[in-house]
Design a protein around this ligand. Structure first.
Ligand SMILES: Nc1ncnc2c1ncn2[C@@H]1O[C@H](COP(=O)(O)OP(=O)(O)O)[C@@H](O)[C@H]1O
Ligand SMILES: [Mg+2]
Length: 283
């Protein structure tokens, strides 16, 4: 589905990152010029050591952060333009819910901001789907970290974005709920074709959800491996037990190991890297 010159209402967009760099005002170089293309309608997982620049890249694509150099375009348009059309959603690593609004009203706010009609049935359906049934009228302070994160996922999905950016969306979610979400959410964003970028610490989650995995080096992030996940969609719930799945987990784990070993400056910190042992737990 080519959607390069996509206007409002068109299919999922292709995202082009060209020589994008980011140095924060305090001198921290989070990204040195980075090139990446995310094809329309595909799901790409970004894995890499903590602090390597994953969130920075996602926020730049969302138009929340200005690159210090280079460009990001979404279907040929600037991120801010696409955001203003309500066609992209980002679920931030720290779910930023408005404390004075209920879960339902936080989710509905995304529709208002996208100038879409408030569809109460859709909001309720998403509240149920992310496992928050009974908490629709609760305020964020009454929720656990995992519940807040699930509310943020529902808020990101309610506008049916063409570009979905998920920053460690399941980080604070307990294991059983995570398994449910990993099973039930992808059909929602695959339903009508969404370009999805997923930052995750879990290698098995990346293999479970993505069509492609980019492995990043320690800061400033470089792409050290680009791995195609050629498992058919939709994936059966026991896909993690297949040999092909395990081989992919091994490939990604090995690429991460290599990236750490080749960092001569020693910036890579073993404690920061995704946990290869726990990552082989089926999700
Ligand atoms: N607003 C900011 N100001 C200064 N440094 C920042 C800011 N945000 C992130 N950083 C730094 O940039 C680097 C990359 O951060 P981030 O993109 O959050 O990494 P990741 O998401 O991969 O863990 C880190 O060293 C982090 O401390
Ligand atoms: Mg991050």
């Amino acid at each position: 589905m080519a959607a390069d010159d996509a206007g409002p209402g068109a299919g999922p967009p292709r995202v082009e990152v060209v020589a994008a760099a980011k140095t924060y005002p305090d001198g921290t170089e989070a990204l040195s010029p980075l090139d990446a293309v995310f094809e329309a309608g595909r799901t790409t997982a970004l894995v890499g050591p903590s602090g390597c620049g994953k969130s920075t890249l996602l926020r730049m694509i969302a138009g929340l952060e200005q690159p210090s150099g280079g460009t990001v375009t979404i279907g040929g348009a600037a991120p801010a333009t696409v955001a203003a059309r309500g066609e992209l959603s980002i679920a931030l690593q720290d779910p930023s819910l408005l404390p004075w609004r209920t879960v339902r009203k936080n989710i509905a706010l995304a529709l208002s901001l996208a100038r879409a009609p408030i569809d109460k049935a859709k909001v309720d359906q998403l509240v149920d789907l992310v496992g928050l049934a009974g908490f629709g009228d609760a305020r964020p302070a009454a929720l656990s970290g995992g519940m807040r994160q699930r509310a943020a996922i529902a808020r990101a999905l309610v506008t049916r974005p063409r570009l979905l950016l998920l920053d460690e969306p399941f980080g604070a979610v307990d294991e059983l709920t995570r398994q449910d979400l990993v099973e039930e959410l992808p059909p929602l964003w695959r339903e009508r074709g969404t370009t999805t970028l997923l930052v995750t610490h879990s290698i098995s989650e990346a293999v479970r959800l993505a069509d492609r995995i980019l492995v990043l080096s320690p800061r400033p992030a470089r792409i050290v491996a680009d791995i195609a996940v050629d498992l058919s969609q939709p994936r059966p719930h026991d896909v993690a037990r297949s040999d092909a799945f395990r081989a992919l987990v091994d490939d990604v784990t090995a690429a991460l190991e290599r990236s750490r070993q080749t960092t001569a400056s020693g910036r890579a910190n073993r404690d920061d890297a995704p946990d290869a042992a726990s990552s082989s737990t089926p999700v």
